[in-house]
Write a protein that binds this ligand. Structure first.
Ligand SMILES: Nc1ncnc2c1ncn2[C@@H]1O[C@H](COP(=O)(O)OP(=O)(O)OP(=O)(O)O)[C@@H](O)[C@H]1O
Length: 609
């Protein structure tokens, strides 16, 4: 019971805090309205014996009945007042849900946007964020409705109790006799749900994952190509059956508790009526008061049942709400680390000194004791086999990931002392799997630096031309304004290579002193690849460029090539030096040359130093 109440208050407190922030006026209106509604219930019950006595006192008498008119009119006013209060509550409630939803979602997005990149590689963190997003927000909104209901029901119970006390003090224990079994039954039902909740959530999540696979666009092609539909359907059905059986079991146990509670409640009610009859016979009560007491007991009983029902609903939401709150607190602790110093405007020298990095939860290091120096204006190439650490290294250089050991410094300043926002401002990254923004083609490029002043769109056009994205855009139904998402009406999708051209244009539009290109041309055709390297060549004359690629022919002119193996730097130098060294780079270059016939055929465009 204590843990039930603790959990309940754990859900109520954050919901109330959010409500007060999101819709303070509506909260006051609801509280006041429910309070006045309670007063109206008490007043109506207090007036009832007078009305009953005057109407049915001792046979029908027109004169005495007309005496009852003022009391009846007053009673009617109380009911009208109650109607007005209900209308005010409904209007205030109409504000609460959507406002709470918006605030909760905004807080979640703000929290997620503020956490460091490494947290997204932490499965536990990611999972928690997903739960908070999928269910926390929805249940917070639902909890506001439950709270309003609970408040109204609570006031109704108290009002009926006050009226009963006023009618006769002995009626209050009689009321308890009628209500306690019903309350016990509802609590025991909630406890049953609580006991099974962890399992319900685990099974629901598995089921959701399978349902997503079956219905999401991203997975649709591969599932069909691999003829994996029977597997997906069988897994979905397995999860659904397990959840169904579990819910049936819970429902049956809850129904048993409810049946017992209802039986006890009926016995309580019988005892109540017996007690009332005894009081009547003993002339402790007159008939009108006894009749009113029956109405009050039924009113309180119905309100208590409602209170128990909404407490039960609230309780079901507690796990999700505490998940949400835990995530917001965790995200606040995982803010992007960094100091307050501004990053150098145009960094002249970036140095890594014995840097080691491990992904959260990974036993092995992705980068091991790695040291290198990059001078302004240089073009650096990071090469190596899959998983050797190239992307990780680029992210560490850019300050997106913080090393576990060693130091990364920009112009002699440890980047841990630099404001992360200012650091990010100096970097443009075109990643292997760029975001496919479900926005217009124009926004897809402008999002490289959305606050860049470019009113006439000159820089926008230049970036699109350099990356040959204009060829893609000009063929779209609404050119620059075409919505690039098939998931919305009127939207249009692009091929992988076309998306990549937009990503390259986005990187060019960002126009930062340090440019990181992570396999920017992998899905591009030869012409587009040539265009990208052309623009890279132009950029390289004014920028520091870090290029990650598997096509060694593209890096022959780089100022320095770093060859990575299992997170360690094994070779470095210019292309000719590495070929002469006859090591891992030379071996890979030789292999690629033979495969592609590079030495004989016309050479691929290469980045100029
Ligand atoms: N998010 C992650 N969580 C845990 N380990 C990761 C994560 N990302 C990468 N790794 C691991 O870190 C190592 C380096 O990965 P990284 O992506 O830096 O390699 P890469 O050289 O860029 O590979 P590729 O050429 O395939 O793009 C790999 O062993 C990889 O499995």
């Amino acid at each position: 019971m204590a843990s039930f109440l603790r959990r309940l208050s754990g859900a109520i407190r954050p919901t109330v805090a959010l409500l007060r922030r999101a819709a303070p006026l509506a909260v006051w209106v609801v509280v006041l309205a429910q309070l006045l509604g309670g007063v109206a219930v008490t007043a109506a019950l207090m007036l009832t014996p007078t009305v009953l006595t005057q109407l049915f006192g001792a046979g029908a008498d027109v004169g005495r009945m007309s005496q009852a008119v003022p009391a009846i009119a007053l009673l009617a006013c109380v009911y009208l007042f109650r109607l007005a209060i209900d209308a005010a509550t409904a209007m205030a409630r109409a504000h609460m849900g959507p406002k709470v939803h918006r605030q909760a979602e905004e807080a979640l997005c703000r929290a997620a946007a503020g956490v460091d990149l490494a947290s997204f590689d932490d499965a536990g963190f990611y999972d928690q964020m997903h739960r908070a997003k999928m269910r926390g927000v929805m249940h917070l909104e639902g909890a506001t409705n439950s709270l309003v209901e609970a408040l109204g029901a609570g006031f109704a119970v108290v009002s009926a109790s006050v009226a009963l006390c006023w009618l006769h003090p002995l009626l209050l224990p009689i009321l308890l006799l009628a209500l306690l079994p019903e309350g016990w039954a509802a609590l025991s039902g909630a406890r049953t749900q609580y006991a099974g909740m962890e399992k319900t959530i685990a099974l629901s999540r598995q089921l959701e994952m399978m349902a997503e696979l079956a219905t999401e666009r991203d997975a649709a092609a591969e599932i069909r190509a691999n003829q994996a539909q029977p597997y997906v359907l069988a897994e979905h059905s397995r999860c659904a059956l397990a959840l169904q059986d579990h819910l049936i079991d819970l429902g049956i146990r809850e129904a048993r508790a409810m049946a017992l509670g209802r039986t006890l409640s009926a016995l309580g009610l019988a005892a109540t009526f017996a007690a009332l009859a005894a009081m009547l016979l003993g002339q402790w009560l007159d008939l009108a008061v006894a009749g009113t007491a029956v109405i009050a007991i039924r009113t309180a009983g119905a309100a208590l049942a409602r209170l128990m029902q909404v407490s039960h609903d609230l309780f079901e939401k507690t796990l999700y709400i505490s998940d949400y709150c835990d995530f917001i607190a965790l995200a606040a602790r995982r803010g992007q680390p960094g100091g307050k110093l501004p990053a150098p405007q145009d960094p002249q020298r970036i140095v890594l000194d014995r840097v080691t990095f491990r992904y959260p939860g990974s036993s092995g290091a992705a980068l091991r004791e790695l040291s290198l120096a990059i001078e302004a204006g240089q073009t650096i190439a990071l090469v190596g086999e899959n998983g050797s650490g190239k992307t990780t290294l680029a992210k560490v250089i850019a300050g997106l990931l913080q090393p576990d050991e060693g130091v990364v410094s920009w112009d002699g300043i440890d980047i841990r002392q630099i404001d992360p926002k200012s650091l990010a401002d100096r970097v443009a990254m075109v990643l292997q799997h760029p975001i496919r923004w479900p926005r217009s083609a124009k926004d897809n490029i402008r999002l490289g630096r959305y606050d860049r002043a470019d009113p006439a769109g000159v820089a926008l056009l230049a970036a699109a031309q350099q990356s040959r994205a204009t060829e893609v855009i000009n063929n779209l139904p609404k050119t620059w304004d075409t919505l690039l998402s098939r998931e919305f009406a009127g939207g249009h999708d692009l091929s992988g290579g076309q998306w990549q051209r937009l990503a390259v244009a986005r990187g060019l539009y960002r126009d930062a002193p340090l440019v990181i290109w992570d396999e920017p041309t992998a899905p591009l055709d030869a012409k587009a690849e040539h265009a990208v390297y052309e623009s890279l060549r132009q950029l390289a004359s004014r920028r520091t460029v870090i290029l990650i690629t598997h096509r060694l022919a593209s890096v022959r002119n780089a100022d320095r090539i770093y060859f990575l193996e299992r997170g360690a730097l094994v070779e470095s130098g210019r292309h000719e030096e590495l070929v002469a060294l006859g090591g891992r780079y030379a071996e890979l270059y030789e292999l690629q040359s033979r495969l592609n016939g590079l030495e004989q055929a016309s050479p691929q465009p290469a980045v100029q130093a």
